[in-house]
Write a protein that binds this ligand. Structure first.
Ligand SMILES: [Zn+2]
Length: 165
């Protein structure tokens, strides 16, 4: 892996993530295969969420051939270890994202065309992480905001104004 920034993950963050993965594999008696690390490194190059097809293509692109079964299996491990989160934005496609990155994002989902936009969580002036619940220990959260993207809103306005006259 190259020095410096790996995708959106700094070198120090990457080291921390790798350590967390090592610990999880050891603790659960899972093999530290070359494939698992290669897949994880590839995931660290995505600046945001991705689907299994994109990951598969990136693996092929880097000339590291793995089966889809291996990809799914590794992804399950990364999710179980708390390194990766799963998103379902409304369509049938399931997306994945490093938890490190997902923790910084909120997602705006257009209910008409399904497009997904991201914004920084810093823009929120309240802190969900400080919420306390009875009989429940929160570990992470995602924020999905549903609405209309500007393009769909424009199309809807045009349609409505036509109907008026
Ligand atoms: Zn839209």
């Amino acid at each position: 892996m190259a020095d410096g920034i790996i995708g959106m993950v700094s070198k120090d963050s990457y080291k921390g993530l790798r350590k967390k993965l090592d610990d999880f594999l050891e603790l659960n008696n899972l093999r530290k295969t070359e494939e698992r690390y290669a897949i994880f490194d590839r995931i660290c190059t995505f600046p945001s969420y991705f689907d299994i097809k994109q990951l598969y293509e990136q693996m092929e692109f880097s000339n590291f051939h793995v089966s889809r079964a291996t990809l799914y299996n590794s992804i399950e491990i990364f999710i179980a270890s708390g390194l990766l989160v799963r998103h379902q934005f409304g369509s049938n496609t399931i997306f994945f994202e490093l938890k490190l990155l997902a923790d910084k994002h909120i997602y705006m989902i257009c209910t008409k065309c399904g497009s997904v936009m991201e914004a920084s969580r810093d823009s929120l002036d309240f802190n969900l992480a400080n919420l306390r619940f009875r009989r429940f220990t929160p570990e992470s959260y995602n924020i999905y905001i549903y609405g209309l993207c500007s393009r769909c809103r424009y199309a809807l306005r045009k349609k409505l104004s036509k109907e008026k006259y």
